[in-house]
Design a protein around this ligand. Sequence first.
Ligand code: ADP
Ligand code: MG
Length: 202
Amino acid sequence: MLDTDFFRRWMTAVAASVEREASHLTELDSAIGDADHGSNLQRGFTAVTAVLEKDAPATPGAVLTLAGRQLISTVGGASGPLYGTLLRRTGKALGDAEEVTRDQLAQAFAAGVAAVGQLGGSQAGDKTMLDALLPAAEALAGSFEGAARAARAGAEATVPLQARKGRASYLGERSIGHQDPGATSSALLVEALAATADGAGA
Ligand code: ADP
Ligand code: MG
């Protein structure tokens, strides 16, 4: 079972990973965007860890909804509302259970990912974070490790795609040949989940 502390540790692990990879994310965003993805997420997840420490939410769902709200209010770029919606909707789908199974998380996460597609008007193959999140949500029904692998493979598979959503779409064919920054950070999010599960023996 995954308890409240597990979800807090997941968010802390994402913050650490974003911190480590911030310059890489910004580099990817400088090729097909406006070079702020690393700093956007760094600001957002630093605020997330701070508010989780301050407010100490009592359930897994409350951890994710609070984290999502914090991302929406601190990240200016497109990725703030998109990641915020992912976490808020996932949290809402978990309800007020004190512990959840991986299977319940997989279902809730799939609902969160669907909400990202609705908000962004985006779908698989548009060269966005969804290209990592959709396969990850599907694989999470099987295992944490499988979800991490699927997210990473999905992010790498954005390289040959032409962007159809977000800033990168303004580049048209020139967006081809670069890995999408949001798909890359989404892989970090799912890899942090798998690492947290591994540490917890889940
Ligand atoms: P901005 O584009 O406002 O500078 P960021 O650089 O933080 O915001 O985030 C860019 C990432 O957001 C992209 O790499 C892409 O993955 C994701 N993104 C942008 N628009 C959309 C959308 N409509 N649907 C899904 N993801 C999107
Ligand atoms: Mg940007």
